[in-house]
Design a protein around this ligand. Structure first.
Ligand code: RTP
Ligand code: MG
Length: 171
């Protein structure tokens, strides 16, 4: 599923095993504020330039039900209702990105939840000033990533493919 054909031709079986074990997928969404502010290409570019591989992408206006399921872990928090209304208020760019340690790495690219705490150079640090308008979501762990990918995408919407230059990305 996560093979890198070019790499397997020229490297030994241990390297291939290491490569496979290090592959990971995460769910990333550009929220309605990121879309409205014209930040789609900027955000996608950061993940591309980092070296991760895009395996799924679609634009949709999430239903209230989808937003409630997605943020179900926060259902008892005072901001839940506003958060659900906001996420389902307009187009969202839903994506799946793949690569070694992509879950943790994506959270670092995104930056802290509160823009006041997010470092310059991170997406939220560079483009957000309010916690309720922090423009991007990223899965916060392996179980969450699996749950969110399955929630937002059908299996046949995920593309298994290899970058032509994968040997230049991963040893
Ligand atoms: P996300 O799930 O959207 O990637 O954000 P996160 O992991 O960094 O933060 P999380 O704690 O999961 O919160 C989800 C989203 O809820 C909104 N929020 N508002 N008003 C508040 O105190 C508050 N706290 C959280 C934010 O939009 C946050 O991204
Ligand atoms: Mg979260």
């Amino acid at each position: 599923m996560f093979t890198c054909q070019d790499a397997t031709l020229t490297t030994n079986i241990h390297k291939e095993f290491f490569y496979l074990m290090n592959q990971e997928r995460t769910f990333i969404a550009i929220k309605p504020d990121g879309v409205q502010r014209g930040l789609i290409s900027e955000i996608i570019g950061r993940f591309e330039k980092k070296g991760f591989k895009l395996v799924a992408l679609k634009q949709l206006i999430p239903s209230i039900q989808l937003a409630q399921q997605h943020y179900g872990v926060h259902k008892d928090r005072p901001f839940f209702s506003d958060l659900v209304d906001f996420i389902s208020s307009g187009p969202v760019i839903a994506m799946v990105w793949e690569g070694p340690n992509v879950i943790v790495s994506a959270r670092k690219l995104i930056g802290a939840t509160k823009p006041v705490d997010s470092e310059p150079g991170t997406i939220r640090g560079d483009y957000a000033i309010d916690i309720g308008r922090n423009i991007i979501h990223g899965s916060d762990g392996e179980d969450t990533a699996k749950f969110e990918i399955n929630l937002w995408f059908k299996e046949n919407e995920l593309c298994d493919w290899n970058t032509a230059d994968c040997e230049w990305r991963v040893e």
